[in-house]
Write a protein that binds this ligand. Structure first.
Ligand SMILES: [Ca+2]
Ligand SMILES: [Ca+2]
Ligand SMILES: [Ca+2]
Length: 454
């Protein structure tokens, strides 16, 4: 975020600061000193179930006292400590957890190293644990699906338990054609063949949202895409970091854009979400697909990556040149003017993290049917009001909870007036403080924070 956009933000801040004096939310640190808390879910035990990505464990945090009860350490999880994308990621609770039906299951997605030697070969797995209430620990691990491709960029990893008794798991594009992985092809549009599926070759599960049976198998009613049924529910994603069902059964996901157009998407079975051909809407604004890995004449490895200007040997494609069918986002953070100068003005994204759906009819006035979307580099949460049918976003986004933190995930309290946020540790990235300045030292790194409506 620089200059032009900062000027807009600064202007908005003058307005917001005058409002901040009478903020309707109280703020409290529930717990600090955690190691990259990544997912937060309120359990039926009124504890916050949290994954620590680099801490490689699942913990339960008492939201009143901050007391931590470790549930399990996952030693197999591997994280070289150099990216946002590795370690213990998504967590989902079986809806019958602690209901005495024999389904005390907790599902966890994490990265690991499949190479037994000194080499590193990253994968992600989805594992089920059983919760032992007397010991307050997770045990009886059962791997549901293993060998999912993983890497050091755009790792997805968000996990939800659907109302249809299926697990939904996001997979990022592993950073193909981008930054340190610019010579790796982008596989977001790649789909498996029938023989790959029967060989359990999941190499195309990159840039996808997966829908998985509770035993890890492929649901019989998953969409057949290009004639092949697999775990793939939707494709053409970049890095979906938020995923949540609304009360009406609609599924929402948020996704990191490149320099522009972080997306809020309504997820529809079998659909293509456009990446890497389109970022946001097909409007040729601020994004051209540069396919570095297919450099012609000069090997990609001989090129130096440049986010803003690809050399002539790199095939480039404007959004309008791609004729495929795709589902556009219901909101973009943010679409830029056609002549937007990224080098001068900086990126126009929020770095979308986790999201929650606010649905309480008698909760905070005007909030029913809203998406609460974390913006990690913006130090705030965006409330996006949805239409009655939940299929479109209406009006402007409201900005909430401004602090100098990277909000990784958000959960809503049972009273519908309390909001729990987990924050990244510092060392890897930046956020924006309430004055609008870009900062690399965070106010509450590795914390669980509470905002409560007064
Ligand atoms: Ca190894
Ligand atoms: Ca898209
Ligand atoms: Ca676009």
């Amino acid at each position: 975020m620089k200059r032009t956009l900062l000027a807009v933000i600064a202007l908005a801040q003058i307005v917001l600061q005058s409002v901040a004096a009478q903020s309707p939310f109280s703020f409290r640190v529930i717990k600090n000193g955690l190691s990259a808390p990544w997912e937060v879910r309120l359990g039926p035990d009124d504890q916050l179930w949290i994954t620590e990505r680099t801490g490689r464990r699942v913990i339960r945090v008492n939201p009143e006292t901050g007391a931590v009860t470790p549930a399990i350490s996952i030693d197999e999880s591997y994280d070289p400590g150099e990216s946002w994308h590795e370690g213990v990621l998504g967590l989902a609770l079986h809806p019958e957890l602690l209901k005495n039906t024999g389904h005390d299951y907790v599902y966890v997605a994490y990265t690991y190293d499949v190479d037994p030697g000194p080499g590193l070969s990253r994968r992600l797995k989805l594992r089920r644990y059983t919760y032992d209430q007397t010991k307050s620990t997770l045990s009886s691990p059962l791997d549901l699906i293993t060998n999912l491709p993983a890497h050091d960029d755009h790792g997805g990893g968000r996990l939800v338990f659907g109302p249809d008794q299926k697990l939904y798991l996001t997979r990022g594009d592993n950073g193909g054609n981008w930054l340190q992985n610019y010579c790796s092809p982008n596989l977001s549009q790649d789909l498996p063949t029938a023989s790959q599926v029967s060989a359990r070759d999941w190499s195309t599960y990159v840039g996808k949202i997966l829908r998985i049976n509770l035993d890890g198998s492929i649901p019989a009613d998953n969409p057949a895409i290009n004639g092949v049924r697999s775990h793939i529910y939707t494709y053409g994603h970049r890095n979906p970091q938020g995923l949540q069902f609304g009360p009406n059964g609609l599924l929402y996901s948020s996704e990191h854009g490149p320099g522009t157009d972080d997306e809020l998407n309504l997820i529809v079975a079998g659909s293509n979400y456009g990446w890497p051909h389109v970022a946001g809407y097909r409007d040729d604004r601020g994004y051209v697909y540069a396919n570095w890995s297919q450099s012609k004449g000069t090997a990609c490895s001989a090129l130096k990556f440049d986010e803003y200007q690809a050399p002539p040997s790199v095939p480039r494609q404007r959004e309008s040149e791609w004729k495929g069918t795709f589902v556009p986002p219901i909101r973009s953070f943010f679409t830029v003017p056609e002549n937007y100068d990224f080098q001068k003005s900086g990126g126009a994204t929020i770095a979308a993290g986790g999201l929650s759906i606010y649905s309480a009819a008698n909760g905070i006035p005007g909030w029913a049917n809203s998406v609460l979307q974390t913006g990690m580099t913006m130090g705030r949460v965006y409330r996006v009001k949805l239409s009655q049918d939940g299929r479109t976003a209406v009006g402007e986004s409201e900005e909430l909870f401004r602090t100098a933190n990277r909000y990784r995930d958000i959960e809503i309290g049972r009273d519908q007036r309390t909001f729990y946020l987990v924050t990244d540790n510092d060392g890897l990235g930046r956020t924006t403080d309430p004055s609008g300045a870009s900062v690399r030292t965070f106010a509450n790194p590795g914390s669980v924070l509470e905002f409560k409506r007064n």
